[in-house]
Design a binder for this molecule. Structure first.
Ligand code: DC
Length: 228
């Protein structure tokens, strides 16, 4: 099946499998995959490493604002980079996950990330996942998907993912972090997580990845009149 040169925006709650589906679409249809959450995670890691977040979790916004213009944050085929250092593993720890939502709620942080995402979006044939891609970053994206799943299913997925990476997660902490992020992401003032009116909802609580890809195919066939 051939999909036209479009932008695909995949938004939704934490651990709904947005990046898994987005990567699969990118591979199958030769699209560029962009993980917008990785940008917020990279900034959070940088802030933690440079003493811009204290033990109570208070963010030094003045310091962060001053540092951002010189922060060399980028994507490569093997993940997220700060300068020439690959930080792909480091940005996925529970420590970063616990601080990323407040960092991503800061308006100047969002502008910094949006600028980078817009530059990538100029290329079309892009599939991007996040929280506000279909509502704010690319409101004209041709295909918008809003992903959701039950909190239990999502916490279990995150737990398994962390175990696979050799971390030692505690289920109660994983669930707490997930619910906290849901709350902050959907209640912040700037670009809160919400479903775009024209987004297709995908609740994958009881779906296999294969079923999700079949669902996506059907969506594109219907939308673009593809007979295959
Ligand atoms: O998708 P993720 O869990 O890696 O995202 C990390 C955090 O970044 C998430 O808690 C909310 C924030 N985020 C955002 O505010 N807007 C986006 N487009 C992507 C992520």
């Amino acid at each position: 099946m051939n999909i036209p040169d479009i932008i695909i925006a995949i938004d939704g709650y934490s651990s709904t499998g947005k990046s898994t589906l987005a990567k699969l679409i990118a591979e199958e249809y030769s699209f560029l995959y962009l993980d917008s959450g990785a940008m917020y995670r990279g900034i959070t890691l940088y802030a933690l490493e440079n003493g811009l977040i204290d033990k109570e979790g208070t963010i030094d916004e003045v310091g962060l604002r001053a540092a951002l213009p010189t922060l060399d944050l980028d994507f490569s085929t093997d993940g997220t980079y700060i300068g020439d250092r690959c930080v792909e593993q480091l940005i996925r720890t529970l420590e970063v996950s616990s601080h990323v939502s407040p960092v991503s709620a800061i308006p100047f942080v969002r502008s910094f990330v949006d600028e980078k995402l817009h530059a990538f979006g100029k290329r079309k044939r892009v599939v991007m996942d996040g929280r506000d891609i279909g509502t704010t970053v690319f409101p004209d994206a041709e295909v918008k998907i809003f992903m959701t799943a039950s909190a239990e299913v999502r916490a279990q997925r995150r737990f398994d993912e962390m175990k696979m990476k050799g971390q030692e997660p505690v289920m109660e902490e994983v669930m707490k972090n997930l619910l906290e992020r849901d709350y902050i992401d959907s209640h912040r003032e700037t670009s809160p997580l919400s479903r775009a009116a024209d987004a297709y909802v995908l609740d994958n609580s009881d779906m296999t990845l294969h079923e999700e890809t079949v669902w996506f195919q059907g969506l594109c066939q219907g939308k673009f009149g593809i007979l295959e």
